[in-house]
Design a protein around this ligand. Structure first.
Ligand code: ZN
Length: 336
């Protein structure tokens, strides 16, 4: 990982570099932000800068940087969630180890990933270390939500918020990491919500790309089919019921684009820019009111499914509403 490996986050990186260059690195940090925003990438980059021996940090070629890049730096210790949260045993082990001097440099960096999965016992054990950290240690806690950490922990750490990326930064990242075309990169950048982890996951996922096609196809079919034909779409949902939340979210995303299209006539804010023709076609069929009604119906269906309502009935009811024959949808489909 060298400088060019972190795309975006230029303001944050500048601040972090400033801390390292001016010798103002403290003993404990919390890097926080939503899942997939890049907390691991940024905190690792920070650790690499702290440990680099050259002036222009991270240089990428000193022994420390090379060890870091190979994943074998002896003075970088990562503490991870073992699927049951970070347990007190892991923190105790860290407490025993942290007193030992660094193997080769002057600093040891501990990165506690998924810090918000630490139970209260683990957090209390960690607190003791944060109260009296060894001179040679830097502890970085990663957390989605600072509120899950004890206030006594938060108050002893410097908080660093990792912000979302812009669409342009996301598109650059997707092109670089996946080799996507400009158009595809723009689409997935729009769908990423500024979260690199999410954007890359979606852009890499064949299943997601298939689901996009499927849900758009269903909307198109519902826009022109009879009631009985519409209900036959239930088979798709039955076959994919484990993925129902994502499918419904995806349909909502198309509807959101439909709405944006109606107001902006295909402007910048459309997420699915590669499907403008289809979005235009659907916008001719569903009125603004109908789109809002369908979104409300989807939200209602999600609530019902969460409350374990009958799956098939709930979906059939939703399909009827989308098709425009629902009890309250009378006349909602029009040319407006
Ligand atoms: Zn270096």
């Amino acid at each position: 990982m060298d400088r060019s490996d972190v795309i975006g986050q230029s303001a944050l990186l500048k601040d972090l570099r400033g801390l390292v260059d001016s010798g103002r690195v403290v003993h404990s940090y919390i890097f926080h932000g939503p899942k997939g925003v890049g907390k691991r990438t940024i905190s690792s980059f920070f650790a690499k800068m702290i440990l680099c021996r050259e002036k222009d940090k991270p240089c990428g070629y000193c022994k420390s940087c090379r060890q870091f890049d190979s994943g074998n730096h002896p003075d970088v210790i990562k503490i991870k969630d073992n699927n049951k949260g970070i347990r007190i045993e892991a923190i105790r082990e860290m407490r025993e180890e942290i007193g030992i001097k660094p193997f080769q440099g002057e600093i040891k960096v501990y990165i506690i990933e998924d810090g918000d999965t630490m139970n209260p016992y683990a957090q209390n054990a960690l607190l003791k270390t944060l109260e009296e950290p060894p001179e040679h240690s830097v502890i970085i806690i990663l957390a989605e939500n600072v509120a899950t950490l004890l206030p006594t922990i938060v108050s002893r750490c410097q908080r660093i918020r990792v912000p979302r990326l812009t669409i342009a930064e996301m598109a650059t990242l997707i092109k670089k990491e996946i080799g996507s075309t400009e158009e595809e990169a723009q689409v997935f950048a729009g769908l990423s919500q500024g979260l690199p982890g999410r954007g890359l996951e979606l852009a890499r996922s064949k299943e997601y790309k298939q689901m996009r096609q499927d849900t758009l196809g269903i909307l198109e079919r519902l826009s022109r089919s009879s009631l009985s034909e519409s209900i036959s779409c239930v088979d798709y949902f039955m076959d994919n019921r484990d993925n129902i939340v994502n499918i419904l979210d995806n349909i909502e995303q198309w509807l959101r684009d439909l709405m944006v299209f109606k107001y902006s006539n295909g402007g910048e804010l459309i997420l699915n820019k590669d499907k403008l023709t289809q979005i235009h076609g659907l916008s001719q069929v569903f009125t603004t009111q109908a789109v809002q009604y369908i979104i409300d119906s989807i939200e209602d269906s999600k609530r019902k499914l969460k409350a374990h309502a009958n799956f098939q009935l709930t979906i059939e009811n939703l399909l009827i509403r989308i098709q425009g024959s629902g009890e309250y949808a009378g006349g909602s489909r029009s040319k407006i």
